[in-house]
Every structure is written in C-alpha cells, then in structure tokens.
Design a protein around this ligand. Structure first.
Ligand SMILES: Cc1cc2nc3c(=O)[nH]c(=O)nc-3n(C[C@H](O)[C@H](O)[C@H](O)COP(=O)(O)OP(=O)(O)OC[C@H]3O[C@@H](n4cnc5c(N)ncnc54)[C@H](O)[C@@H]3O)c2cc1C
Length: 467
C-alpha cells in the first residue's frame, strides 16, 4: 500500500480537518507530520505550539498513531521523508503568510510529489470576495456584507474513523520540540489561563456560546470576561473557523461575534493582497512620517510603566497571561504610535513575541488600523485619550486594579488619572505618584498636539514629493 504525508500546519486538530480526512479517505498509510521551522517565531507562540503539538500527538496515539515532529526547512524535510517512505502524496491545509505560501509553491515544484491543499483556515478564500468592479475591498463593512452573502456554511465533519499509519514510527526531533519552550520561567503561569489543544479549544467554544447573548454589550469592557478568548485556538487551528461559526451561529443574536470571525478573514485577505502588510504602511503618506526612536519609552511601554493606568494594565495583562483585551490592544497601540510617536512596527514586534494568539495577518492589520496607515484605518487624527477610554470602558477601575496592584486601593474618582490625586489622598492610600507608581511619561494634550503636527508634516512632505 502506498503512503502519504499529512503535513499539519495551522490545523492542529483531527475533527473538521479537511486535509486529514482527505488523506484518510485515500486509503493510504499516513505519516502525520509537523515541521518546526523558522516561521514558528514568538516566545509565547512557541510555548503554545509546544503544548498544542503534545496534545495532538496524544490524540493521535489514542487512535494507535503518532505525530512525527521534525525540524528544518519543511520542503527539504518532506522531500526526504517522501523518498524514505516512498510517499507520493502530501495532504496539507493552505496558509497565507507570504513565506508559508512560498513553501507551498517550492514543495509543489518537487518531482514525484502530488500536493492536496485543503482550504479550511478561513471562511472564504482570499481573492474571492470582490467589489462590483472586480477589485478587493479596502473597507471592512462592505467586505463583510459581500463575504457573508457568499459564505456557504457546512456542518463540521468528525475525525476520520479509520486511519492507517506508516509503521514503525519514524524517528522525530524531540530536542526541537523541547526547544520551543522558553528558558525564562515567565511562561509558567500560562497554564492558569489557557489549555492549548483541541480539547481546550472546544471547552472555550462552549463557554463562548454562553457569552453570545451579552457579547455586543460586553465586548468593549476589559473589566468583564465577555469575549470568547478563542484567538490562540483559532490561530493554531485547534478548532476550525467553520466549527466556531457553526456552534456560534446556532445561538440567538450571534451576529456581533460572528462578525469578528469575518474581521479575521478580512485581515488575511488584506495580507494576501498586500504581502508587505507586516512592515510597510499601506498608505504612502506615512512613508516620511517623523517617527521617534526612543528605547527608554519603548521599554516603559513594554513593561507597563507609562503612568497611564489603562495602558499599563493592558501591557501587564499581556505579560502575565499572553493575551490582551481587544479594546485595550487599541488603546495601548494608539498610545505607542501617537503619544510616543514610536514606529508601529516596534509595537507589532512586541505583540508577536508576547501574544499567545500572535498572528501575522491579524496583528499587522490591527497595528496598521490603529496607526491610521492601513486601508480601512482609524483616521490618524483620532488620538485615543487614555484617561477617557479608561473611564468609559473600565468605569470602576476593576481592570486597572487587577493588573496594576499599586493602584488597588485608589478611589475610583482618580483611578484613571492618579497624578491628579491630592497628596493627602496619595499618603492615605499609600501610593505616591512618581514613587510607588510612575508619573505620566508624557502629558496627554501636549502629546496629542505633537502627534497631529507630525501627521501634518508627513502629509506636507508627501504632497510636495508628489507635486
Ligand atoms: C493592535 C492590535 C493587534 C492585534 N493582534 C492580533 C493578533 O496577533 N492575533 C489575533 O488573533 N488578533 C489580534 N488582534 C485582534 C483582536 O484584538 C483579537 O483577535 C481579540 O482580542 C482576541 O480575543 P477573543 O478571542 O476574545 O476575541 P472575540 O471578540 O471573541 O472574537 C472572536 C474571534 O474573532 C477574531 N477577531 C476578533 N477581533 C478581531 C480583529 N479586530 N481582527 C481580526 N480578527 C479578530 C479572532 O480570531 C477572535 O478569536 C489585534 C488587534 C489590535 C488592535
């Protein structure tokens, strides 16, 4: 019987896995494979990947199989394996990051290998949602209207019942698997918050179903646990987006949460259309933006020591849990780019290293949106006021108190602008601003003016270059 390789990528599950099902249906003996490669970056992501591979391996072992983990350039690894085990077919699920797309085309050029590429990472394939004029959408809402009218929903499939594995199990690269774990003890607390693997994903999906009725009200409140927290599971494909859609859409009032799944698609469509999305502003007027390189400010932002409580709470939530609430991602990103004028790419890099859901498409699109340089972007002149954002979305300061313990006892009246607290109150609550908690790194009104001036300058430069 001939054999086939199932190349697991961002589809680390056995149910509703089109590539795995197709391989099982072929009747061939399979080698389930994951190749750790240079695309597996980001300390937090690598922690997740380590655990998710372990979970997938143990699921396959329950079925009498295994997950072969190797490392290196996947194209070389797969070619060697195919030769060794006389495999002529490779089953995989499509990815859309430019370097991953390149891997697919390199592999497709291999002699004697037939690729079977499943497309189940997104709701709709990039390139298939177009305006009446035949071009890709630049703005989310019309994209969403068209994409949701085109999406054909199908019932998720179960794990294949019969799989024949190539035996004996080929030797894997255990060292590379272990090396995914960070050397710092920083990740030790992640298991308190997360369970990587398909089982953990399905539990989160169950919890998300219960959040659907209040999602639209709660989604902007970092002090409420109102969002699904499915992002790392979706990123690694521990549940398919189709499974998420199927489960959520059967709830009443699911549209606001389902809409977010289309934001994920939109980011991927943007990345496919603009492979430079991760590094280069999509709007050319930002080519000459007078960014400020300030190591010290960047460090204070990363460590959650800017003196703006909602910003610091977000950055510390990220450090402790590997995740940050979406509203707060927007606030901290805006603060870095507009208050501190630090290039958005530095913020995006930090997120890619520390987020468990670090995702090239969603992260790049999110940063370009906040910085105002993406296609569908918040206008640059919309500078989030971190004090008002805090007062509006964390009215009692519960979120700040959770992540910035120095301010735990601060009266709500002052929690989002603690530097206005009278000295006597600071003494009473034993938090002296400038000693126990930092004074603001920059004054809000002055920062806002500086940001608007910088934007005007970059527009003037763009205009004079064009004329
Ligand atoms: C600066 C910035 C950087 C971001 N970086 C990432 C990233 O690296 N990885 C990532 O998955 N998301 C990123 N996002 C989008 C969003 O913040 C997260 O997807 C969301 O907070 C995850 O929490 P959740 O699963 O509870 O979301 P829910 O609100 O429950 O949404 C359900 C799912 O929809 C998708 N989704 C939700 N919001 C967005 C969005 N704005 N864009 C794209 N997809 C979305 C996610 O897959 C999410 O799991 C970023 C947003 C910003 C503003």
């Amino acid at each position: 019987m001939s054999s086939a390789i199932v190349w697991f990528r961002r589809n680390l599950r056995v149910s509703d896995n089109s590539a795995l099902s197709a391989a099982a249906d072929s009747g061939k003996r399979i080698i389930p494979l994951y190749v750790i490669d240079e695309l597996d970056q980001g300390e937090a992501s690598r922690w997740w990947l380590h655990n998710s591979l372990q979970a997938l391996d143990s699921t396959l072992r329950d079925d009498g199989g295994y997950l072969l983990i190797r490392s290196g350039n996947p194209v070389d690894v797969i070619r060697d394996l195919a030769e060794e085990f006389d495999a002529s077919d490779v089953y995989l699920s499509a990815r859309y990051e430019p370097a991953a797309v390149q891997q697919e085309s390199d592999l497709a050029a291999s002699d004697g290998l037939t690729l079977h590429i499943a497309t189940d990472y997104l709701l709709i394939e990039p390139g298939s949602v177009l305006t009446g004029g035949g071009s890709p959408f630049k703005v989310f809402t019309p994209f969403y209207k068209t994409a949701s009218s085109l999406y054909v929903h199908s019932t998720p499939t179960a794990a294949p019942a019969d799989m024949n594995y190539v035996t004996p199990e080929p030797a894997g690269d255990r060292d590379a698997h272990e090396a995914l774990l960070p050397t710092l003890d920083w990740a030790d607390k992640f298991p308190d918050y997360w369970t990587p693997g398909a089982e953990g994903a399905l539990l989160r999906l169950d919890e998300a179903k219960a959040k659907v009725p209040k999602y639209d009200v709660d989604r902007d409140r970092p002090d409420h646990d109102g969002t699904s927290r499915l992002s790392p599971h979706l990123h690694f494909g521990e549940i398919s987006v189709g499974q998420a859609y199927h489960a959520l859409s059967r709830q009443q009032n699911a549209e606001p949460l389902i809409r977010q799944l289309y934001w994920r698609d939109f980011s991927y469509h943007l990345l496919s259309e603009h492979p430079t999305l991760p590094n280069k502003p999509l709007r050319s007027e930002f080519d000459n933006f007078p960014w400020v390189e300030d190591e010290e400010h960047l460090k204070r932002w990363q460590r959650g020591r800017t003196g703006y409580p909602i910003v610091d709470a977000g950055m510390r939530q990220l450090w402790h849990t590997g995740w940050m609430h979406n509203r707060v991602r927007m606030i901290v990103a805006s603060f870095l780019v507009k208050h501190l004028l630090i290039p958005w790419q530095h913020g995006a890099d930090w997120f890619l290293d520390t987020l468990l859901d670090a995702d090239l498409a969603n992260n790049s699109a999110g940063w370009q949106w906040v910085a105002g340089c993406g296609t569908d972007a918040a206008p640059y002149f919309r500078v989030f006021n971190p004090i008002l954002q805090g007062q509006k979305f964390d009215p009692d300061g519960a979120y700040v108190r959770e992540w910035v313990p120095e301010l735990e006892h601060m009266p709500s009246k002052f929690i989002h602008e603690p530097w206005t607290t009278p000295n006597s109150v600071q003494q009473e609550y034993r938090v002296v601003i400038g000693e126990d908690y930092p004074a603001p790194i920059i004054e809000h009104k002055a920062a806002r003016k500086r940001a608007l001036d910088a934007y005007q300058l970059s527009r003037d430069l763009a205009n004079s270059a064009a004329s």
